[in-house]
Structures are given as structure tokens and as C-alpha cells.
Design a protein around this ligand. Structure first.
Ligand code: FMN
Length: 147
């Protein structure tokens, strides 16, 4: 099986009120986690200042199918692919969809996202770093809670 990865960013069209927006995020995550577990897809979703960045990894065909659905979703727009191609190993093996609605990284995340939308080539790598660091922190937190 070929492992495949897509990284994209987009501008959110979530409801204006924070409570309604949070509820939409909850629904996106619940649906994503159920579908992705079924499809052997893992990844991370980053939400910061009206923008999303998401990485999807898994069997090529499933990743493509999922991304087709995501692209048609009216809860965001300007879906911009930053990277797509085969990978050797997963970065998020344990996460059907890790999530961060970043507060501490939001200024940095926002800067990286503007770079991504304006077509700067390094932006994809930086976004992947952000997503990976988030998951490491979440793993550490879970390990501490379990200890
Ligand atoms: C930012 C964003 C990220 C999403 N990520 C996923 C995802 O990882 N997996 C998924 O199945 N759906 C994801 N969705 C939801 C899809 O767009 C779509 O609503 C869903 O896959 C439909 O699933 P269903 O056909 O089972 O109802 C995402 C939507 C948004 C707006």
C-alpha cells in the first residue's frame, strides 16, 4: 500500500459567534474522527484566526476521496494545496485527527498561513512543523495525565 499525504490551508467560513463556531469545529472533528478511523486516515487539523491547515495521511485512494469531500465543504473556502505526494511513514500514527485551536502559536500560525496563501514555498514545511509540535505536546500531556 502506498502511503500518501496532503497538506492544505483554507479560510474558514464558520459561524461568527464563538460558541456557534466552536460547535461547528466539534462537528467537523467528530465526523472526521469517525470517517478517518474507518478509512485508515490519520492527521492533524490546525485552526487559527479564521484559517485552517490540515494534514491527511493514509492510503492514496482514501486520502484523495476524503480531500474531494473536504474541498466541497462550505465551512471553508480558498482551499490551497501546499503539498501532496507519497510519504515513507506517518507523522500522526495515533491520531484519526489531532486538533489544535491554537492560542500560544496563533501569531506564528497566522504568519505562516499568510505566507502559505501567498504562495511561499517554505510555508508547507513550517505548517507541518506546527502540526507535529502540537501532537507531541498532546502526547506528553496524555502521558502526564496517565502517570
Ligand atoms: C476544515 C475541515 C476539515 C475536515 N476534515 C475532515 C476529515 O479529516 N475527514 C472527513 O471525513 N471529513 C472531514 N471534513 C468534513 C467533510 O468536509 C465532509 O463534511 C464529511 O467528510 C462528510 O462525511 P459523510 O459523507 O460521512 O457525511 C472536514 C471539513 C472541514 C471544513
Amino acid at each position: 500500500m502506498t502511503l500518501y499525504r496532503i497538506l492544505y490551508c483554507s479560510r474558514s467560513e464558520l459561524a461568527d459567534s464563538p460558541a456557534a463556531g466552536a460547535e461547528e469545529i466539534r462537528q467537523i472533528l467528530a465526523k472526521s474522527r469517525a470517517n478517518n478511523a474507518r478509512d485508515d486516515i490519520t492527521g492533524g487539523l490546525f485552526f487559527s484566526n479564521q484559517c485552517f491547515a490540515q494534514v491527511l495521511e493514509g492510503p492514496a485512494e482514501k486520502v484523495e476521496e476524503t480531500f474531494e469531500r473536504i474541498q466541497c465543504d462550505m465551512r471553508h473556502r480558498d482551499v490551497t494545496v501546499l503539498e501532496a505526494g507519497p510519504i515513507a511513514t506517518r507523522d500522526f500514527p495515533a491520531w484519526s485527527m489531532a486538533f489544535t485551536g491554537s492560542t500560544d502559536a496563533s501569531a506564528f500560525g497566522q504568519a505562516v498561513l499568510s505566507a502559505a496563501f501567498s504562495g511561499q514555498t517554505q510555508a508547507g514545511d513550517k505548517l507541518l512543523d506546527i502540526l507535529r509540535s502540537v501532537v507531541v505536546r498532546e502526547d506528553e500531556w496524555l502521558a502526564n495525565e496517565a502517570a
